[in-house]
Design a protein around this ligand. Structure first.
Ligand SMILES: [Zn+2]
Length: 376
């Protein structure tokens, strides 16, 4: 992976390159980003850059032996540590046994989320963690001298999944690092790391991809339609995998789905609400979150519209009319309740609650809200 292959973050790439060019390669760096972002790929591009035989113009060459091996994740001096749980797909319960599957994950979904990894590896309901055994395997692997690279690179994906025992062992490794070893910690939730771990790393903050950059990436890399890419990017909140699944989904359907849901709550139509619940369940976690965000946005817009602010929103006429109609029955307490319920639902889905229960409970409370709080 070259820096040039990764969307956005021009300033950050430049600062990584410059510090490496000046010989400042900190032995432990924390790539702090968010789910579905470019953190892991940036770490790999950085590993490739510092070991490239012919770097030029602020990037690795992509064609030397080192670049090719790092690109395929088969370089003997590039090590991975990542969370896993027991799965039928892998016989041994050791980090190394999971490596082929992890390489496949990197190749198939370079910006994949922890949920994508869990799905590919079929962890099912077990929570993947970096266990103490993996930390010990990692320590052993690093005792050996570098085979051929300038720097041995140890990538640790999702260090926040280490439990206390693993974190403490890992801390010792950070305190007494083997020479010419660079630790690249790639975290989606850096706030969950032990402060003692964080304080031993140099932080590389990775900003969320802005909508413009994400839309441009969808157009240039996947040939997506520009106006659709913009619509998708504004919903994806900087997450590449969410944007990609939205490209394949009928985003345009969200509006119809949202209106139908609210109508069913309004009429307290239990049969339809059960059908909506099944529909929601089938979306999968990331799309469920995106859909809930979309719904919050619509509730907000219908308020603006009913207050006469139609020009401020770029909506199609039919969509605007439907939202205006909805706004006519929205009282302030009802709006408050809908927003609160959507936010609560989002919170629970994000923490892996049962989608079926969350959606159905939310619908019931909303239906009750429509009965008691709507304008006449
Ligand atoms: Zn190279």
């Amino acid at each position: 992976m070259k820096f040039a292959d990764i969307p956005g973050n021009a300033a950050l790439k430049m600062s990584l390159v410059q510090s490496a060019d000046n010989g400042h390669v900190a032995h432990a760096q924390l790539f702090a980003g968010s789910e579905g972002g470019v953190g892991l790929m940036l770490a790999l591009a950085y590993a490739q850059y510092i070991n490239c035989e012919n770097p030029a113009q602020g990037d690795s060459c992509g064609v030397c032996f080192s670049c090719i091996k790092i690109g395929k994740s088969v370089h003997p001096d590039l090590h991975y540590c990542f969370p896993f749980a027991k799965t039928k797909r892998v016989e041994d319960d050791e980090l190394n046994a999971y490596l082929p599957l992890f390489r496949q994950f990197l190749a198939d979904s370079p910006y994949g989320t922890p949920a994508d990894w869990a799905e590919l590896a079929e962890f099912e309901n077990r929570t993947p963690i970096i266990n103490i055994k993996s930390v010990r395997e990692t320590m052993q692997g690093l005792q050996l001298k570098a085979y051929e690279a300038k720097y041995k690179v140890q990538i640790i994906w999702l260090p926040e999944t280490m439990r206390t025992e693993g974190s403490n062992s890992f801390l010792k490794l950070l305190e007494e690092p083997p020479p010419f070893t660079v630790f690249l910690l790639v975290s989606d939730q850096p706030e969950q790391l032990l402060p003692t771990v964080v304080s031993r790393t140099q932080r590389v903050t990775i900003p969320r991809l802005d909508d413009e950059t994400l839309a441009g990436y969808l157009v240039s890399k996947f040939g997506a339609d520009p106006s659709r890419s913009h619509a998708v990017a504004s919903l994806a909140a900087g997450s590449i995998p969410v944007a990609l699944s939205l490209l394949n989904e009928e985003v345009d359907n969200y509006h119809a789905l949202f209106m139908e849901w609210q109508r069913s709550c309004f009429r307290n139509d239990l049969d339809k609400l059960i059908r909506h619940t099944e529909n929601f369940q089938g979306m999968g976690k990331e799309l469920q979150k995106t859909y809930l965000k979309y719904c919050m946005d619509k509730v907000r817009k219908s308020m603006v519209l009913s207050a006469g602010g139609i020009d401020a929103l770029r909506l199609q006429e039919s969509e605007a009319q439907e939202l205006i109609n909805l706004g006519k029955i929205f009282s302030l307490p009802l709006i408050g309740l809908l927003m609160e319920q959507l936010e609560t639902a989002y919170y629970h889905i994000d923490r892996n609650a049962s989608a079926r229960m969350v959606f159905f409970d939310t619908s019931m409370i909303m239906a009750n809200g429509y009965r008691t709080l709507r304008k006449n």
